[in-house]
Design a protein around this ligand. Structure first.
Ligand code: ATP
Ligand code: MG
Length: 408
């Protein structure tokens, strides 16, 4: 991408109301634009990051045989009334709206009810099970406080996966596979060593759920972990009874702030029962479908990765999520000419700073935007037939011969 052809403008300073590190840098670097508190637009660079995160999640879920679909944001109240969750007393973060012809609609904060209702059209026999479906979809939640930049939005992007099973054992098996897939996802996104699978409360139908918590000072959650980090709990379930159950009573625990980047639940019959999702088993008997649900905060993850790795100069993206691998700068007539040659055919990999600006400004923007490698081709580097590469993370620079640069 040629920077001269984009509408992106970097800012020297973050807007006053952008206090969180993630959104301050993401705004300054031209990745996001704020509509209002808790509501952000994703600009071309930001969208590339979101798509890269989605690709990693998609790959890991497709390996498990999950099928991708896309459900509506507008919600018919009927299935939600069956579970009791359309009530504002039960769920206090609803956005609701009205049809011009009369009647109330909801804006989906999650999708358990509509997916359960929908599957009544597609699941009838044990032969239809198991089934795993997921989507990347915009959720709406009327969060009382939207702070922490894109970590807590009133409109945000979630990956939600739902699984349907004929037996509890099958649900347990699949749940264990998702736990592994999630660990892979966070590892591939570069936050594996600071993201912990955490025991958390599971509502009324399962004792626990598992959250995936990334340790960060900005985190609104508090986690407790033992010395070897084999037992990690959310503060809300850190009590003697639970510690006893986990065989961790008497152990020493430390605490840290963390951000919830995923949450998985064994729902069992929680929604299939009230909504009447059944299948006919091998003995021709009707049975209720077992369900699980598995969320990942996709836009929140972008904020977590930004927040985690940023330094005083700006963003520092791991290569998998970076919008581009290289930030290219040509200096001088010859340098610019060679830079054009390097750029040709690599438009998806290179963010080419061909703007009419001083090298110093370009370097500062390359650091602010957090592109993994800066490539500078100047009349000086050309004296050695080479380009200079700088690693954004370490700040290290080295020379590479032009013919190797064009090969690599
Ligand atoms: P929180 O406790 O942070 O409000 P939650 O437990 O209500 O989150 P879930 O219903 O478990 O959220 O949603 C699945 C995932 O979606 C969460 O693990 C989180 O990563 C993400 N998420 C939830 N709420 C938001 C939000 N307001 N903005 C951005 N991401 C969110
Ligand atoms: Mg949760």
């Amino acid at each position: 991408m040629r920077l001269s052809k984009t509408f992106i403008k970097t800012l020297r300073e973050a807007p006053k109301d952008e206090v969180a590190k993630n959104s301050a840098f993401l705004t300054r670097a031209g990745y996001i634009h704020k509509e209002m508190a808790g509501v952000y637009d994703y600009l071309p660079l930001g969208l590339l990051v979101i798509e890269n995160i989605k690709s990693v999640v998609r790959e890991e879920l497709n390996k498990l045989g999950c099928q991708e679909l896309l459900m509506s944001a507008l919600q018919n109240p009927a299935p939600w009334e069956k579970s009791g969750r359309f009530s504002n007393q039960e769920v206090d973060i609803w956005f609701k709206t009205e049809l011009s012809s009369g009647g109330v609609l909801g804006l989906a904060p999650t999708h358990e009810e509509p997916i359960t209702e929908m599957m009544k059209s597609y699941i009838s026999s044990y032969k239809d099970l198991p089934l795993y479906v997921y989507q990347f979809q915009t959720k709406f939640r009327n969060e009382f406080r939207a702070k922490s930049g894109i970590l807590r939005g009133r409109e945000f992007l979630m990956k939600d996966l739902y699984s349907f099973h004929a037996s509890e054992e099958d649900l347990d098996d699949f749940y264990a596979k998702v736990e592994k897939a999630y660990a892979n996802i966070y590892k591939r996104l570069g936050i594996g060593d600071c993201t912990y699978e955490t025991f958390a409360s599971g509502g009324i139908f399962s004792k626990f759920s598992h959250e995936f918590q990334t340790v960060l000072p900005i985190g609104e959650d508090e986690i407790y972990y033992n010395t070897d980090k084999s037992v990690v709990l959310n503060k809300e379930v850190y009590n003697d009874e639970v510690l006893e159950e986990l065989g961790a009573k008497g152990q020493k625990f430390e605490t840290a702030n963390a951000v919830e980047v995923g949450n998985i639940f064994k729902l069992k019959f929680k929604y299939s029962e009230p909504l009447g999702l059944k299948f006919i088993d091998e003995n021709n008997k009707p049975q209720t479908v077992y369900m699980g649900c598995y969320g990942i905060g996709v836009s929140r993850l972008m904020g977590v990765i930004a927040e985690k790795f940023a330094d005083e100069k700006g963003l520092v993206w791991p290569e998998v999520v970076a919008p581009f691998k290289y930030y290219l700068v040509g200096i001088g007539d010859k340098g610019t000419e060679e830079a054009e040659k390097f750029y040709a055919g690599r438009e998806d990999e290179i963010l080419f700073d061909d703007r009419d600006k001083r090298p110093g400004e370009k370097f500062a923007d390359s650091e602010l935007m957090g592109i993994p490698f800066r490539v500078v081709i100047s009349d000086k580097t050309l004296e050695e037939d080479s380009a200079e590469i700088t690693d954004r993370k370490t700040g290290e620079s080295w020379r590479v011969k032009l013919d190797e640069l064009f090969e690599g």
